[in-house]
Design a protein around this ligand. Structure first.
Ligand SMILES: Cc1cc2nc3c(=O)[nH]c(=O)nc-3n(C[C@H](O)[C@H](O)[C@H](O)COP(=O)(O)O)c2cc1C
Length: 195
């Protein structure tokens, strides 16, 4: 059975435009293969689980994966490991990922668990899988003429690559106009995996 993991980093939860587009994609995938299941994780509540000293000590001290400080981290990693398709929907917040998604990253990227390090070069320990990142923003980000810096796209691409996930495409809903949604939908319709 195939599993889709949908991570939603918008503070608007299921009222966000990114979530609406992600659900359109999920409906298509579910209709294509009825044996597919969908796991949805709203990352909003992550903001109440900041990185604390116990977790930092466990990371820096290379503690055993089973220690209590890794409980949340382990459950997020297992959820990711279990997925065949990953969809991340995230707003841009001040040119980069919102804090909720950054926390998910800090809990999921763990040396010796999800990535290794050979001669200072990090490499992923997870299976690659088709991944779609839907980015929503108040203004232009990726289209020609965008005037603001984009510290989200390359950052998130590097994070996913460090986990071993490089089969990644980014789709942008740039600005509040309906046309932004239509343009993003058109890009997805051209994608062989997520259309
Ligand atoms: C704290 C904060 C920072 C933001 N920073 C940016 C930004 O740097 N660039 C931008 O285009 N929009 C920015 N926005 C607008 C959000 O990207 C926009 O609200 C979001 O895309 C809405 O999409 P959603 O409905 O999927 O959550 C910001 C919004 C908030 C709340």
């Amino acid at each position: 059975m195939s599993k889709i993991l949908l991570l939603n980093a918008s503070p608007y939860g299921d009222r966000s435009r990114g979530h609406a587009l992600a659900m359109e994609v999920c409906s298509t995938l579910l209709a294509r293969d009825p044996a597919t299941s969908l796991i949805e994780r709203d990352l909003g509540p992550m903001s109440h689980q900041p990185i604390i000293r116990d977790y930092a000590d466990a990371i820096i001290g290379r503690q055993d994966h089973g220690v209590p400080a890794f409980t949340l981290s382990e459950s997020l990693i297992r959820e990711l490991e279990d997925s065949d398709h990953l969809i991340i929907t995230t707003p841009m917040h001040n040119f980069t990922v919102p804090a909720a998604l950054k926390l998910w990253i800090d809990y999921v990227l763990r040396h010796g668990r999800t990535f290794g390090n050979r001669d200072g070069v990090k490499f992923g320990l997870l299976q690659d899988r088709p991944t779609l990142v839907i980015v929503t923003s108040g203004g232009a980000v990726a289209q020609p003429g965008a005037l603001q810096p984009d510290h989200l796209t390359d950052y998130l691409r590097d994070v996913l690559a460090t986990l071993g996930i490089s089969n990644v495409r980014f789709v942008y809903i740039e600005g509040p106009a309906d046309e932004a949604m239509t343009a993003a939908r058109r890009v997805i319709q051209g994608d062989p995996v997520f259309r």
